[in-house]
Design a protein around this ligand. Structure first.
Ligand SMILES: Nc1ncnc2c1ncn2[C@@H]1O[C@H](COP(=O)(O)OP(=O)(O)OP(=O)(O)O)[C@@H](O)[C@H]1O
Ligand SMILES: [Mg+2]
Length: 148
């Protein structure tokens, strides 16, 4: 596990922006953390780093939003989905885009084995621990790069 700390909304966005420089087409990033932890905030930073021009907001009601950037960005929030209900996720996971899934544990059975799990934990009013667990060599290398 690789742990990073954020002390503001801007910090979390900057972390996402930094990660954007390291992602590749087909990458899958899962996000866990309580309501208001900063999952969407992180995704805004990631989108910025991918050169997405449009404003990224929570896909809570639409479940999946697509943005054009350096690579397509697929932003999902499966909080309201029935457990392991499949909306054709595999097509996204195997696409040439970068897929981010908020509340991914709800679809645990449908996630690809190789992926980057990120947990954002509130440790203070504005402080967050960002815990990255890589699954697979590619994500292991990515985490090493992130922490260097
Ligand atoms: N260090 C921080 N990192 C991220 N967000 C922070 C931080 N400090 C304060 N905030 C605030 O916390 C809120 C995080 O909201 P955000 O929508 O990103 O959470 P979320 O995890 O996506 O929640 P949800 O589960 O409802 O989708 C924002 O209002 C943001 O400004
Ligand atoms: Mg959110």
């Amino acid at each position: 596990m690789y742990e990073f700390f954020s002390h503001s909304d801007a910090d979390t966005k900057a972390f996402g922006e930094r990660l954007a420089k390291l992602v590749a087409p087909g990458d899958v990033i899962t996000l866990e953390g309580d309501l208001g932890a900063g999952k969407t905030t992180f995704t805004k930073g990631l989108a910025k780093g991918l050169g997405v021009q449009r404003n990224v907001n929570s896909p809570t009601f639409t479940l999946i939003k697509e943005y054009e950037g350096k690579y397509p960005l697929y932003h999902m929030d499966v909080y309201r989905l029935d457990e392991d209900e499949d909306l054709g996720f595999e097509e996204y996971f195997q696409s040439d885009g970068v897929t981010v899934v908020e509340w991914a544990s709800r679809i645990a059975e449908l996630l690809p084995q190789e992926r980057l799990d990120i947990e954002i934990k509130r440790i203070g009013e504005e402080s967050r621990a960002i815990r990255c667990t890589p699954h697979g060599k590619r994500y292991e290398a990515l985490c090493k790069e992130l922490s260097s």
